[in-house]
Structure formats: structure tokens, C-alpha cells
Design a protein around this ligand. Structure first.
Ligand code: GDP
Length: 483
């Protein structure tokens, strides 16, 4: 597909979106983040709170009493799976277990009726906004730079990354097998599959809790969606060769598949989905990275740089030959703030700001209005103070998931427990510093809690999911479109 043909298709999509937007103003909100950053929980909590009149005092349309009614409608894109909202709500509320995480792209439409407070609002929107929420793995965004790289450049960089001290041990089986491969000899499918499998195993190993590394393209190797096992995913980087192989060589096969991955997977994803977004939230698990240490924090910052590149104005033209409809608001939010006491929330927010500042400096980012936030889409804990040796310590309490452990104690999934999570550093710069003996400098005591019971809304009539600052996220992302 040429750049010009791509542009024509995007233009058609944009016109179709605009035409349907005339009937009912629409806003396409992208929700992304690396796996387990909290996308599914965020969307479920957002929709549930809007449908059931949750407590959202910092969401201006609700505060001023102008929200009338929110309801689900069929989504506009038939070819995209629907976000399984009902299943996720049932898991969270009925079973009090966390829902199944995002594995591929999905979408849903929530329509909001409101009293337009302004003359312009009444004139143009008629007091109705269709919010199309698009959930997709952040891993897929990290593929954008591949579009401007040939197979040799991709191989060189992937192997350089694999040889970094923090990754080399995990990449060892892949790297040592590579040494034994003669990429100029005739290709065999079994060799291609073996290399792709070893490469994928290494990428997966980087995502474990202890390492929590973030930058791992190609994104579909970790999150294949419906492409599991397809030839477009059966390739791996190769060591440089003196001469290019013949048409039937392993090298030529890998190169063809890499190009097919770009043409048939990466480019259509950006063209069909990313270029159509109006607003975007990127969720990050900053505390998990901090718990894994300074290398993981640096890696998260590198991933954020890549993500900001994707939303940089003009970047699409330069890299991909695609042009993007401008995303005008971008929110980077650290989730799971209910794992720390509220005294540390400002510190977590300062850490997110620091990460984003560094990433946007590196990405030379300019474009959308960028916001930062520390939040919990679902608050699974309460706060309290515990007296210890004449001192009162701020603690959080919740019901740890069965099997979780802390200090040797194993939890049964039923008992409410208070823990002192520890403090976040006052100086956000210190998250980039290494601790002693390679230990994380600022570990947080972390236990996974079960989802909470519903709580009464402000009016007391309905029940909704408790959260921390979800209303601030909503205000930033859609508040200005409900005026
Ligand atoms: P996804 O891969 O981005 O879709 O991640 P999920 O939304 O499935 O979240 C991954 C896990 O993080 C969940 O299973 C929960 O254990 C945890 N989690 C996500 N959001 C929250 C939150 O707001 N509060 C708490 N306590 N845990 C959360």
C-alpha cells in the first residue's frame, strides 16, 4: 500500500466520521498502556460510573447537574470486536475478581445526554455526545518506528538491545542459537519458527514482574491479537551478514516477513485506528517499574518516548507517509494509586510528570495538550492510621487476593488486612537512581487486593465503583465537549 493510497483511505474515513458526527457529535477516545497497566479496569470503571451516576465531583458536567443520561449504543465499526463491558462489570462487581485484561483492540460506544450550558453547545451538539472508546495494547504503538526501518536496521537495534546487561541473560538462548545460523543458506520453516519462538520467549521474559521492561517491539510478538501463529509473526532479527542471501535464503525469508508485518499489520493499524482518534489516555504502572529498579524506570521512560512520538504532530507524515487527524488532548496517568496512602498521591503525580517531561524532551514532542495524573480507576483499599511505638503510621487496608503473601503470611482472599505501603520519594529525580547492590532504591510494599464492594453515590440512591481521581481524568478527556 502506498502512502498516497493510505492518505486517500484516511481521508475517506475522516469524511465518513465527520458526516456521522454531524448527526450526533462524536469523540473517539483511545485508551492504551502496556499490558496490565489497567486499561480494562479503567474503561469498565469509567463507563460504570457514567451509567450509574457515580461520585464524580471534579467532572464539571456532573458537578453542575447538567448530566442527564448516559447509555450504551452499538459501536460504529462492525469489524472491530466490542469491548466486553458486561462481562468485566460482572467480574468486578458480582465475583469481586479483576476482569480479563486487554489482549487486542476493542471498542464500545457510550452516548451522553446533557444540558448544554452554552449557546454554542445548544446550537452544535443538541446536548448529546457519542463517546467511542477504543481499547488497544500499548505494545502495538511501539511498532511505529519500524515503519521507517529496514530489516537490517531492525536486526541491528534488536540485537543491540538484547545484549544490554539487564537483558543479556534472558536473551542468551536466542543469541547463542543465532550464532549457529547461516542465514544465507536455504530457508527452512522449522528454523524460522524456532528462531521466532526463542525471540518471543526472550521478549516475554523481559515483561516479568521483577524486570518489568517496557520497550519490546515488534508489539504483536507479545500481544498477537488474532495473528497468533501467522507467518507475518514468524520472523526474528538476524546477525549482520557480509553479503545478502539469495532469494530462497533464510535471510530473504525473514526480510520478506518483516516487510509483510509492516505492510499488513503495523501500517493498517495506524491508518485505521490511531489516525482517527481525537483524544488519548496512556496508562502506566509507574510503581511496578520503580519496584523493579532504575533500569525498568529508564525502560518505561524509553517506552513513553516511543508512545509520545506516535502522537507527535507531523510525525506521521515524516515516518509513515500517513497523516493524522490531530489528537488535541493526551493524558498520561499512573494507575493503581490506591496502593499508596493519599499523602503520597502528589508524589506519584510528580513522578509521572518527571517521566513525561523526560520522554517529551527526548521525543521533541509538540502537539496535543498533555496532562498528567495519579489515579485509581477502582479503589480497592481504605486508608487509616496505625499506632506503632508512639508514632502513627499511615496505612492502607483491603482484602488481599488469595495466595498473596507479605512477610511470610499467606492471605486467604477473605480477610481485611492493613499494610504500611512505604513512602514514595519526595524528589522525583531519584527514581532514576540505582539503589544499593542493584536493589530498587524506592520499593513499595505491594499486595494485590480484591476489587471493593460498591459504595453509595453522592445522592445515596445508586451504587457505584469507588475510585481515586477518575473524575479528573474524565474532566480532562471529555469535560470541554459537554459545555
Ligand atoms: P490491561 O492489561 O491494561 O487491560 O490491565 P487490567 O485493566 O486488566 O489491569 C491489570 C491488573 O492491574 C488488574 O487485574 C488489577 O489487578 C490491577 N489494577 C488495574 N487497575 C487497578 C486499580 O485501579 N486499582 C487496583 N487496586 N488495581 C488495579
Amino acid at each position: 500500500m502506498t502512502g498516497i493510497a493510505d492518505e486517500a483511505l484516511i481521508a475517506v474515513d475522516t469524511v465518513m466520521d465527520r458526516i456521522s458526527g454531524l448527526a450526533d457529535p462524536t469523540l473517539r477516545l483511545g485508551v492504551t498502556g502496556l499490558s496490565r497497566s489497567g486499561k480494562t479496569v479503567f474503561i469498565t470503571a469509567l463507563v460504570h460510573n457514567l451509567l450509574h451516576g457515580g461520585r464524580l465531583p471534579l467532572f464539571e458536567p456532573q458537578k453542575s447537574g447538567r448530566l442527564r443520561h448516559a447509555y450504551l449504543e452499538p459501536q460504529p465499526d462492525d469489524a472491530v470486536p466490542r469491548f466486553q463491558y458486561e462481562d468485566h462489570v460482572a467480574a468486578l462487581i458480582k465475583d469481586r475478581v479483576w476482569p480479563e485484561s486487554t489482549r487486542a483492540i476493542s471498542e464500545m460506544r457510550l452516548t451522553i445526554d446533557y444540558d448544554a450550558g452554552s449557546f454554542m453547545g445548544r446550537l452544535f451538539s443538541g446536548g448529546r455526545l457519542a463517546l467511542d472508546i477504543v481499547d488497544y495494547p500499548g505494545e502495538w504503538l511501539l511498532d511505529l518506528p519500524l515503519l521507517s526501518k529496514d530489516f537490517e536496521a531492525f536486526s541491528r537495534e534488536a540485537i543491540e538491545l538484547a545484549r544490554l546487561p539487564i537483558r543479556a541473560r534472558l536473551a542468551e538462548p536466542f543469541l547463542s542459537r543465532l550464532q549457529t545460523i547461516d542465514s544465507q543458506k536455504e530457508a527452512s520453516e522449522s528454523e524460522a519458527r524456532e528462531l521466532a519462538a526463542l525471540f518471543t520467549d526472550y521478549l516475554r521474559a523481559c515483561r516479568t514482574d521483577e524486570l518489568a521492561l517496557s520497550t519490546l517491539p515488534p508489539g504483536r510478538f507479545l500481544m498477537p491479537g488474532d495473528l497468533e501463529g501467522s507467518p507475518a509473526l514468524t520472523f526474528a532479527p538476524l546477525l549482520p551478514a557480509e553479503t545478502g542471501g539469495g532469494r530462497n535464503s533464510l535471510r530473504a525469508m525473514m526480510e520478506r516477513r518483516y516487510e509483510a508485518y509492516k505492510t499488513h499489520v503495523v501500517r493498517p493499524f495506524f491508518r485505521e485506528h490511531i489516525t482517527r482518534l481525537d483524544r488519548q489516555i496512556v496508562l502506566i504502572d509507574a510503581m511496578q517499574a520503580m519496584n523493579a529498579g532504575a533500569d525498568a524506570v529508564a525502560d518505561l521512560e524509553r517506552a513513553l518516548t516511543g508512545i509520545l512520538e506516535c502522537f507527535r504532530q507531523g510525525r506521521f507524515n515524516a515516518v509513515t507517509g500517513l497523516f493524522s487527524r490531530k489528537i488535541d488532548r493526551l493524558l498520561i496517568a499512573a494507575t493503581k494509586a490506591d496502593h499508596i496512602h493519599h499523602e503520597s498521591h502528589e508524589r506519584l503525580e510528580a513522578i509521572v510528570r518527571r517521566l513525561v517531561d523526560k520522554a517529551s524532551e527526548r521525543a521533541r514532542y509538540h502537539g496535543a495538550d498533555v496532562g498528567t495524573l495519579a489515579m485509581a480507576a477502582v479503589r480497592a483499599t481504605r486508608e487509616g492510621l496505625v499506632e506503632q511505638s508512639g508514632q502513627s503510621l499511615p496505612v492502607i487496608s483491603g482484602v488481599p487476593i488469595a495466595g498473596e503473601t507479605i512477610g511470610g503470611e499467606i492471605f486467604d482472599g477473605q480477610t481485611r488486612t492493613a499494610i504500611f505501603p512505604g513512602d514514595l520519594p519526595a524528589d522525583p529525580n531519584s527514581i532514576f537512581q540505582k539503589g544499593q547492590d542493584g536493589e530498587p532504591a524506592h520499593p513499595i510494599r505491594f499486595v494485590r487486593f480484591r476489587p471493593p464492594m460498591l459504595e453509595k453515590t453522592a445522592g445515596g440512591a445508586a451504587l457505584s465503583l469507588p475510585h481515586i481521581r477518575l473524575d479528573r481524568a474524565l474532566q480532562f478527556l471529555i469535560g470541554d465537549r459537554l459545555v
